[in-house]
Write a protein that binds this ligand. Structure first.
Ligand SMILES: [Zn+2]
Length: 444
């Protein structure tokens, strides 16, 4: 299994390159490389080339990472053979009396959106599950299990948005944030293990994003097209295979404002008192968003230039492409160039867009505008045209929102691979969704 290389020219993904000083981390690992067990951490001074190469790659991707394994957890998950345990111990140079080893990343990863870095850098999400998966899958593998394990874990961390963290199925649509697949059991396990974004933390750290996300779900649920556009749909509200939109609406109506939720001492308990499904639904809303959103505080020159005379209230930087798709996009950008285009969509559709990205919905139930120039995602060079598509839907608004009023519209600014064949006057019709990278979400 190869370790993927990050593309350094990939400026839109600078978060992935880490910000630690390379020199410092190199020195650190040099000093530690042959010091063995120090009572708390395993140092990797193992004369195994393949293994060391992997560790090196991990440190290149995530500078300054500290690697430890929690052997107790590993052994607890699966009935591991004595030989296998011996092999792991030997590979790591772990003395027999040492039973606790942890796999831990200290820094670097904390900059990756939504990676659930707990207690100074421990990644719970991918590791425990990926470890279990690898051990089960490679039980009888002749290869050194540890090498398989580390390379898989590295792959999972870097490409966590591509796999379901529970069953390790590859998603149909790769995303930036890790989300569970459509299997209700996966979602149940995911939340029961306390994985995914923590609503308490999200509400406190990103109240504006939470407000926006609740809004989008609220508007979608209240739309007459809710059955079609609420995809994915919270599993708890599926009854006899049917989406029970009315019960979602009831739970949403019980939500207090984000400001009030911030004041709660115990969010879960207080929401439970308001509605038995409110906490579940809040958590679901936050954990199914696959885009990384970040409010742009200072109007930057690019935004000013693109927006021109567009009146807007707020702008969010939006990232959704997983690293390998991003690097494929960068390659095409280098060859063909990109053009900045606008996409407008009715407010009821944003719940779907943030979870499935911009899709070519031509000819499907999700299509809500005409198809005059053929099948594809419709974008425009000027914001006026896109604005025409971003009309407010008639569905009810979340009255407790501080971010969106009754007349708030959303516009998306995208980088699109240049192709003159897709151009029809001011309108561009992009049949291949992979040619589109969303960059900014404007609230107007
Ligand atoms: Zn799954």
């Amino acid at each position: 299994m190869s370790i993927h290389e990050d593309n350094e020219t990939n400026s839109e993904y600078s978060m992935y390159s880490g910000n630690g000083s390379d020199n410092e981390s190199d020195n650190e690992s040099d000093n530690e490389s042959d010091s063995g067990w120090d009572g708390g951490k395993i140092k990797f001074g193992i004369p195994n080339k393949e293994f060391m190469d992997i560790i090196e790659s991990v440190n290149e991707i995530f500078p300054g990472s500290i690697l430890e394994f929690d052997l107790i957890d590993l052994l607890g998950y699966i009935d591991i053979s004595v030989e296998m345990e011996d092999e792991m111990r030997q590979a790591l140079g772990i003395p027999n009396e040492v039973v606790r080893i942890r796999f831990m990343f200290d820094k670097g990863l904390k900059d990756i959106p939504n990676c659930n870095v707990l207690n100074g850098g421990e990644i719970q999400y991918q590791l425990n599950q990926a470890v279990l998966w690898v051990l089960q899958k490679h039980k009888n593998d002749a290869r050194n299990i540890l090498i398989t394990l580390i390379s898989t874990i590295t792959d999972r961390i870097q490409y966590c948005g591509n796999y379901c963290p529970m069953c390790h199925q590859k998603h149909n649509y790769p995303g930036l944030k890790p989300v569970v697949c459509n299997n209700p059991l996966c979602y149940m396990q995911y939340t029961e293990l306390g994985m995914g974004p923590n609503p308490e933390t999200e509400i406190h750290n990103h109240p504006d994003i939470c407000d926006l996300l609740i809004n989008f779900t609220y508007i979608a649920a209240n739309s007459h097209r809710a059955q079609d556009i609420m995809t994915p749909f919270p599993y708890r509200f599926i009854e006899n295979g049917k989406k029970n939109i009315e019960s979602v609406k009831k739970a949403l109506d019980a939500f207090p404002s984000v400001e009030e939720m911030c004041e709660f001492k115990d969010l879960r308990n207080e929401l439970d008192l308001l509605h038995p499904d409110a906490y579940y639904l809040l958590r679901w809303i936050l954990s199914t968003n696959r885009c990384h959103l970040k409010a742009v505080e200072n109007e930057d020159e690019y935004i000013k230039k693109q927006a021109g005379d567009l009146h807007f209230k707020k702008v969010f930087h939006i990232m959704h492409l997983p690293p390998e798709q991003q690097s494929a996009f960068q390659k095409r950008k280098a060859n063909d160039g990109v053009v900045s285009l606008w996409h407008g969509s009715s407010s009821e559709n944003w719940h779907n867009i943030l979870r499935n990205s911009l899709k070519n919905y031509s000819g499907t139930k999700c299509q809500c505008n005409g198809n005059a120039y053929g099948s594809g995602v419709y974008l425009s060079f000027g914001h006026y045209t896109a604005n025409g598509y971003s009309r407010c839907s008639s569905s009810a608004r979340w009255s407790k929102s501080t971010m969106c009023g009754t007349d708030t519209r959303c516009l998306l600014l995208c980088n699109v691979i240049k192709d003159d064949k897709t151009k029809h006057g001011d309108i561009y019709v992009i049949p291949d969704e992979e040619c589109i990278a969303m960059t900014h979400l404007f609230l107007c």
